[in-house]
Ligand binder design. Sequence first.
Ligand code: NAD
Length: 508
Amino acid sequence: MLKTINPATGTEMKEIEEVSLSSTARIYQQAEQAQKDWQGKSVSERLAYFQSLRLLMASKLDQLSTIIHADTGKPKAEALATDIMPVIDYIQHIEKTAEASLNRQSQSTPVLFWGKKSYIEYMARGTVLIISPWNYPLQLSLIPVLSALAGGNAVVLKPSEVTPLTGRLIELLFKESRFPDQIVQVAQGGKELGEALIKEKPDYIFFTGSVKTGKIIQEQAARDLIPTTLELGGKDPMIVFEDANLERAAKAAVWGAFTNSGQVCMSTERVYVQRSVYQTFVRKVQELTMNLKQGTSIHDDLGSMTFPKQIQIVKEQVEDALNKGAVLAAGDAPENWDNDSMFIKPMVLLNVNQEMDIMKEETFGPVMPIMPFDREEEAIELANGTSYGLNASVWSGDMEKAERVVASLVTGNAAINDVMLTVMNPNLPFGGAKNSGIGRYHGEQGLRIFCHEKSVMTDSGKRNTEIQWFPYKGKYKPFKTLFQTMFGRNKNWKAAGQAYREIMKASK
Ligand code: NAD
């Protein structure tokens, strides 16, 4: 049984039954069975189910936000705006775009293959295993689940054991919107269950979680050549130039660093500010941070931390920074934290440097370290100076400069004069560079990754042979003349025509 406790209030909720490790083979058999029918449906037939789910979710917003709040401790407004809304929006996006993305795509055919036709078609992979984390338990489960379903796959979802109420909610949503039985199976359990589900060799693994687990999963998947997408952690930089709108930048930094108590893969984890405006920016951020309201009401800005172990990681990183000379400009030092509470006050750290863990490792907590810089090149070097590359933001009134800086950042996503934006646009592919992950989802490719991309060329079959087929006798020289004319500088089309006739003759 998975115990569920509302981290913000300490209230014990109902227990959720775990799937036994011995039932994984049966889960896949059921998935395989269900997938046969589902694959046989056209994309538009599948989309009718999506519409039911969207309408159902839109009619249950209070219930959904209450469950997510109870599971994670995040404020209900945040659950609504950043976990539930993106899913509903994404369903609508799939309803509008899936047919165009997944139906057969005609392609042009090179002139050398005159008379033939080419197309790409998308075929379901089979059963997709989706393993998700606890920080946005609804969207980080449902967006990949729905993308896989649109392509005709069955799905086994293993939600995080830290947020099983949301896992249960997902199960009920599919049932209530009358998706076919077993087309989505929610397997509740911990990492041992995740490992056991991978051992059953799913046709694809979509993983969202830590770099550490991502590497373990990639190793396990490699043994059976199972394709994967890995959506991993981040240490996202924000670069603020002196010509930026500082009012807006400070507000964005505070939201970017502290929304969901900083437990966001693409939260603002490092802020670099041009020295001439550093003091002004810090003052604004300090004031805004101190005005944030923490609690459990719908008017509060910050909820609690979700996972007790995460508090320990945040604590160690802050202690390391303070021991190395960092200064707290807002929030409490770890020795003053209430050990019985899951709430941590948001912290602003100054006098930090790139050698501190707080500037190198993912913190996943409400901490904003701020550091001054002088030159554009220096800011780029600092921003690129970690092993992560998920998201970044650049702040300037000079668009040309901002775009130039973005072009130099090694990152999967970036925003100019905004934070965390790209993930909210379902048309844009999302994913990381370096240790932040492998592959992309969202957008057209977010649907296509769950399919075998099959390239097909057709011929009417009326001609008896092809010029590149046997025999080769008498073809080498005319081939050379033909290719030199087609691809080289010397365009002797008369000679090429003669060469082509010779090849045709030799082919008979
Ligand atoms: P985690 O890696 O501990 O766990 C994620 C999931 O993997 C859970 O469901 C867990 O049960 C499962 N798991 C753990 N070990 C496993 C194993 N050996 N085999 C199979 N499954 C296993 O991560 P978490 O603490 O739940 O989530 C936080 C992390 O997720 C952070 O690093 C965060 O940056 C990252 N994240 C990334 C994105 C993204 O889109 N890039 C989004 C959100 C969170």
